[in-house]
Design a protein around this ligand. Sequence first.
Ligand code: NAI
Length: 341
Amino acid sequence: MSAQSTLKVGIVGLGRLGRRHAENLLRRVSGAVLVAACSPVEAELTWAKETLGINDLYEDYEALLAHEGLDAVFLVTPTSLHPHQIIQALKAGKHVFCEKPLSLDLNDCRRVSAEAALHPQLKVMIGFVRRFDASYQAAYQKIQSGSIGQPFMVYSQTCDQLDPDGFFVKFAPTSGGIFLDCSVHDIDLARWLLGNPKPVRVFASGTIAVHQDLQSCADVDNGVAICEFENGRIATFYASRTMPHGHETVTEVTGTAGRLTVGRNARQNRLEIADARGIRNECTPTFFERFEDAFLTEAAYFVDAIRNNTPLSLTLDDATEATRIGIAMRESLLSKLPVML
Ligand code: NAI
């Protein structure tokens, strides 16, 4: 693969997020071309044919991997499938982008890393999309340039809009719970912004405010957690599925010489509405509107890294560490005890 050649990509999974990645890869990521799609669901393949004009469609993942000339896969499949599908792709000689989290199981994370080590010429990246958001990038650069001194405290939240139908509850038994599904983004951000400190201890708690069905899978719809790192650094997390107003991702980093905040007032656009109810703005409805540009930047970064053979700044070790901390939070939630790492 050279900087001049076009990366041939296959998309795997065409659900809520897979469709977005597919549309980006088809039309908006230079240096890549979407050549094939895979899903076990016939209606999704029909969508790929009719909407994207993709003719090479596969119900079977191994058949997609055998597609002639395929260079890379984008895995946007249920989390439980990620480790095995990454390993299969690596064995087939394909570069891999895979959605977060890498896995819900630490041994599986390590199996993926071991397989990746056997294929150093192949890139593997897990989609911690927030690292590619312009505001988070700006915060990172400010920290690197020393503008807030030594960062020692992060607060980060992922709060989703309330879906009164509780559609997500259907996926709760396999999502790993609120910390591995939602806070895993914040965990990755905290590590990145604090300079990858070693985690020492976590404590987590939570409550079911709305979706009582979560009791059956020991999950909560509002969770809080604290992670202590070495050298006195601390991160606190909040994840919610019950915000009435919209999706609100907020991160605050406090340092010895200042504070940075990303995402306060999660406004959808620059429209301000003034009427008899007051003055207000509307909120981003879902994660996608908030991070639409970042998904594109993330895909472009991955494609460029392959074409130019440059190292990825976001590594499998980062993804494994995020899972490790997320698992500890879940354990703490269930045991009601602090968990040492
Ligand atoms: P979804 O359930 O809407 O889509 C999953 C897709 O995988 C479906 O198209 C399904 O047909 C397909 N699939 C299932 N089994 C398959 C198999 N054996 N081979 C190939 N395809 C198969 O799920 P959603 O919401 O799109 O999530 C997918 C992944 O993306 C999850 O890991 C999730 O954690 C992650 N995600 C990441 C977000 C982010 O902010 N970066 C936001 C939302 C989801």
